[in-house]
Design a protein around this ligand. Sequence first.
Ligand SMILES: *Cc1c(COP(=O)(O)O)cnc(C)c1O
Length: 810
Amino acid sequence: MKITQERFVHEFKKRLAEKFALDVKDAAPIELYQTLVSVVKSGYSEIWRNTWKSYVKNDQKQVYYFSIEFLPGRLLKSNLLNMGWYDVVDKGLKQMGLSLDKISESEVDMALGNGGLGRLASCFMDALASDGLPGNGNGIRYKYGLFKQKFVDGYQIELPNEWLTDGNNWAVARKSKAVDVLMGGQVHLIDNGKYLEAIYEGADVIKAVPYDTGIVGYRNDHVNTMRLWDAQIPASEEVKYPTIEDRRRVEDLTSVLYPDDSNYEGRILRLKQEYFFTSAGIQSITRHYKKYDRPLNEISEHIAIHINDTHPAMCVAEFMRILLDKEHMDWDEAWQQTVKTMSYTNHTIMAEALEKWPVEMLAKVQPRILQIIQEIDRRYALELEGKKDHDFIERTRIIKDGMVKMAHLAIIGSHSTNGVAKLHTELLENDVLRDFYELYPERFNNKTNGITVRRWLQVANPELAKTIDQAIGTAWRFDAKKLHELKNHVGDKKLLEKIGKAKLDNKKKLAAFIKEDTGIEVSPHAIFDVQIKRLHAYKRQLLNLLHIVKLYLDLKDDPNRDVEPRVFIFGAKAAPSYHYAKAIIKCINEVANMINNDKTINDKLKVVFLENYGVSLAEKIIPAADVGEQISTATKEASGTSNMKLMLNGALTVATLDGANIEIKDYVGEDNIFIFGLTKDEVLEYEKNHHYRAAEYYDNDPVIKRVLDAFVDGTIPNIEVEGHEIYDSLLRVNDEYFVLRDFASYVQVQEAVSEAYKDKQNWNKMCLVNIANAGYFSADDTVEKYAKEIWNIKPNATEMKGKAKDVYPL
Ligand SMILES: *Cc1c(COP(=O)(O)O)cnc(C)c1O
């Protein structure tokens, strides 16, 4: 039946009484939250089941998206929105004297990822469901999510994130669907006359138990599944693990998320995690496929498997293992099916982030997988003999110098390799993966990243969303490209004012949060200048910091200087082992202290570094941002997605010509973005010829000299060690990321930002142009392209676009 406010209130009270024997006025926030989750789940569970059944009934091809990280954040509001329940529930709760915003705060972020990679996977999950596409997630259910960040004396401290303490309220454990994953031991091949039989000896058996979370499509009666695996001890093996410590050793396999997405620590546990979720996923997929008696030599017509970055690259070998060892397919046929089934997304060109594993480590984790990879590699080299020269073959093979190159495995073992922005794909084709592009040009393609406009605008910024409705109607909520109709309203002064008003209201809310969280008072009338992303040298938070120090020193010289007040807002976690990044955090915090406590500065300059950046914090910051900082060294940021979220919320971008910034610039036009810095060609030229001398910039530019000296001469207090580290990284280690080279042009473009902010109407017009073009970065469209061009999957009968669907039943 259709949900009404009355029915919702009745149902909510009934469940609260059943579950906790409480009435509304006596219930704690967490109890209210858990009750609300149970009502919401009851609204989509039947549709979830039907979606699943329809795939079987229609014999529909499905995609399985393998990702070692997912970063969904909170699900409550997003599910309410997608079900069409948001307003009714909001009002119903108010009727009971409750607040949806408050209840929602009880949900602990599901932070099973580090940053962009995991968030992309979650935006894609939302988009797959909302496009009505048969798409499943496959990943790991880490017991501890990404660490919780605190600052103590300006230093980052990492605390465990126990997100499961109150139970995960969304997932369903499916013990009956568990599979056994074999690790370690030895393997022998015996020719039994019919096929080569793999005999495993001394392997550990680990039970992989799936936890399924429903991924609710936007008003289309379509609910997909994100399946995350937990490691447990099988009943048959219990005696092998008599003590609690023994048991913990197994269960710890899925305990921690490795807290870095671009440098891996050479730890065998990480490799075991990779094999664990890959094997569990592949086994459950093939088991399901076989249940319906379809021929295995057609499996690639029924399923597609996507490898999100190289962590799941063992999918190639595990799929081969099942087809060869379990199904006794011959090699060539198995290989053909594997390549047709697999596809791969590359996320980085940074050499240190390209995954490699020692052969002996792989031998310890799964000897059969190593054998298969060795055979794939042998056949690859053999096939190219006589066609390519020796060097080419050596450069591109999978195993070289005792190391297994995961990207090579993924490329050779799949039919599609894509980059995540035009520039990134171009760099893959012409530079990093040039050899493979020469070998398999037809396999390479670009899929520029996207974001879900539902979470990042409809949920995060209701005031702007309503303003947009008033101007162009609500069709954009179903098809984000329609935001472009806003372009017809650039001259509408009333609308521009309303956009400005929504921004100001959001800034007031963020200012209140900042006050509560940090004690710092900021004026909502200042420019809110935001850099939120993982802390990494290539992302250049340091460049931002140097600019802040310059502004401060300018104000110290002349306190009456006429400046446009600014609040610089940072959110960033550093990998716990990433020493340099943590030094930068310390320096930002000390500069912030110095500036915020300097009475002569007043409200002209403030610096706020919010703790524990994550999806929920992003949802608070982004709607309030005036300026988004996307200032990575050209060529280093594959795409970026916070650039898209910020423009969608009407922030103007300060950007280098890197990643998707270039495409943003092409859409909004040069007048509506602030571009600075070295181009890709200039960076590549420097890297080739080694002509860059950072010290020259220090010697010849008095501004740079003064700013850098402040890090080592006591001007900035409490950074004796870190200040020198920063200073040395720029001047002695020669500034790997060209911070000093780009400094002058960065300062210049920041002056243009201040100048532009003076003309509010024109500023709001630029915001509007950004919002209008952000729909081109909707994950719905990105995923549609993956579906058509890579996976060859089709939407279910339920079709979302353009039709306002009815709400989910209650
Ligand atoms: C979008 C997002 C990211 C990615 O930001 P980039 O600036 O593209 O690196 C990282 N973390 C969170 C929580 C996000 O929402």
